[in-house]
Design a protein around this ligand. Structure first.
Ligand SMILES: Cc1ncc(COP(=O)(O)O)c(C=O)c1O
Length: 384
C-alpha cells in the first residue's frame, strides 16, 4: 500500500513524537478535571484567567438570548452583526489604529492577511521560530520565503538588502509561542523603514499580557507607524475566540475585499464578540498583570538549581528546556502522576534537541500553585 500509514505512525511513535489528546471535563483554569481526576494545570494560554470568568459567561449568554448562537452567514452576506462591528471599533481604538477586521481564528487571520497581500513576485521575511500559521500562510501566498535567524534584526537587514522584490513583508510573532521571548520590534521597524518593507506582528501571546492596560507589544515598545500591521488573537489572554487585525484604513478595506479566510467563511458567533468586548473591559485592570509578573518572578526564583534550565522569558510562557523528546515526555508524565499537568513540546513544533516543558502561568494561579510545581520538579530532580 503506497500510503503506509501504519508504518509512518509507528515511526512517529518510535521517535517519541506521537501526539495524544486528553479530554477535559471541566472549564479551563488552574484546576481542571481530566479523565476523572483533578489536576493543577500549567497548560493553557488563558493568561488572565478569563476563559471561565463569570462576566464572560454571562456576556455570552445574554448576547445569545438576543442574537442567537450562530451568525448564520458570512460577514459579506449579512452575517456581520453590530457586536462584530463594535468589537472591531473597540479594538482599533485600544490599539491606536485607524481600523480593524475580525477573523474567526488567528490561524485564518494569518492565512488571510498574507495571501491577500502577497503573490508570486513578492517576498516575505520570517523569523525562524514563527508560528506554523505564519509559515503556512507564506507558502500558500507563493511569495519568495526567506527566514532570518531568530530575533536577529541584523540578519533581517542583510536579507532585505539583498532582495530585489517590489513588495516586502516582514512577519514575526510578537511573543514567541514556544519560547516566551519577544521580537526586537524597535530594531526591526527601523530595518523595515530602511528597506521600505511592511512589518506584520502576530501578537497572539502579547495582547492582554504586555503594555499598559494589556494593549499589547506595540504599546510595550511604544511603537506607532503606518508600516505596522497588528494581529491579536482572542482565544488566549482574552479567554474568548477569534482574532483581530488592525492597520490603516486602506489595508483593512483591502483585506475585506480580498482575504479569502475572511470572505468565504461563516462569521464568528456574535455572542463571542460580546464575550470579547467584556474581556477588553476586564483586561484593563493592571493588577492582573502585576500578579502575573509576581508569579513569573517566583517561578524563576523557585526553579533555580534544577537540572533543567528555564529559558530566558519575561512573559507567562516559561519553557523548561529538557532537550531530548522522550525525556521531556517522561518528565511531563511524572508530573502528571503527581497531579500536575504541564505540556511537553517536541519537534516539529520546536527544533530537534530542544524539547521542553511549556509552563504557562495565568493570573488565576496562586503563589501556592507555583510553589507546588516547583516542589514537584525538585522532587523529580532528586529521584533522577
Ligand atoms: C503566534 C500564534 N499565532 C496564531 C495562532 C493561532 O491562533 P488561533 O488559535 O486563534 O487560531 C497561535 C496559536 O494558536 C499562535 O501561537
Amino acid at each position: 500500500m503506497a500510503w503506509e500509514l501504519e508504518s509512518r505512525l509507528a515511526q512517529i511513535s518510535r521517535a517519541g513524537l506521537q501526539r495524544r489528546r486528553r479530554t477535559l471535563s471541566s472549564a479551563q483554569g488552574p484546576r481542571i478535571r481530566v479523565d476523572g481526576r483533578e489536576y493543577l494545570s500549567f497548560c493553557s494560554n488563558d493568561y488572565l484567567g478569563l476563559a471561565a470568568h463569570p462576566a464572560l459567561t454571562e456576556a455570552a449568554c445574554q448576547a445569545a438570548r438576543v442574537a442567537g448562537v450562530g451568525a448564520g452567514a458570512s460577514h459579506l452576506v449579512l452575517g456581520h452583526h453590530e457586536l462584530h462591528e463594535q468589537l472591531e471599533q473597540r479594538f482599533a481604538a485600544l490599539t491606536n489604529f485607524p481600523r480593524a477586521l475580525l477573523f474567526s481564528t488567528g490561524y485564518m487571520a494569518n492565512l488571510g492577511v498574507i495571501t491577500a497581500l502577497l503573490s508570486r513576485h513578492d517576498a516575505i521575511f520570517a523569523d525562524r521560530l514563527n508560528h506554523a500559521s505564519l509559515n503556512d500562510a507564506a507558502l500558500l501566498s507563493r511569495a519568495d520565503l526567506q527566514r532570518f535567524r531568530h530575533a536577529d534584526a541584523a540578519h533581517l537587514d542583510e536579507l532585505l538588502g539583498r532582495s530585489s522584490a517590489q513588495r516586502k513583508l516582514v512577519v514575526t510573532d510578537g511573543v514567541f509561542s514556544m519560547d516566551g521571548d519577544m521580537a526586537p520590534l524597535t530594531d526591526m521597524l527601523a530595518v523595515c523603514e530602511r528597506h521600505d518593507a511592511l512589518l506584520f506582528v502576530d501578537d497572539a501571546h502579547g495582547f492582554g499580557v504586555l503594555g499598559e492596560g494589556g494593549r499589547g507589544i506595540l504599546q510595550h515598545f511604544g511603537l506607532k507607524s503606518d508600516r505596522l500591521i497588528y494581529l491579536a488573537t482572542l482565544g488566549k489572554a482574552m479567554g474568548s475566540f477569534g482574532a483581530l487585525v488592525a492597520g490603516s484604513e486602506s489595508l483593512i478595506e483591502y483585506l475585506l475585499q480580498k482575504a479569502h479566510t475572511y470572505i468565504y467563511t461563516t462569521a464568528l458567533p456574535p455572542m463571542l464578540a460580546q464575550a470579547s468586548l467584556t474581556a477588553f473591559e476586564l483586561m484593563a485592570d493592571d493588577r492582573l498583570r502585576q500578579h502575573l509578573q509576581q508569579l513569573i518572578r517566583q517561578l524563576r526564583n523557585d526553579l533555580e538549581g534544577l537540572p533543567w534550565q528555564l529559558m530566558s522569558s519575561v512573559t507567562p510562557i516559561q519553557p523548561l528546556l529538557v532537550g531530548d523528546a522522550v525525556a521531556a515526555v517522561e518528565l511531563a508524565d511524572a508530573l502528571r502522576e503527581s497531579g500536575i499537568m504541564v505540556p511537553a513540546i517536541r519537534p516539529p513544533t520546536v527544533p530537534t534537541g530542544s524539547a521542553r516543558l511549556r509552563i504557562s502561568l495565568s493570573a488565576a494561579h496562586t503563589a501556592d500553585d507555583v510553589a507546588a510545581l516547583a516542589q514537584a520538579l525538585a522532587h523529580l530532580a532528586r529521584g533522577r
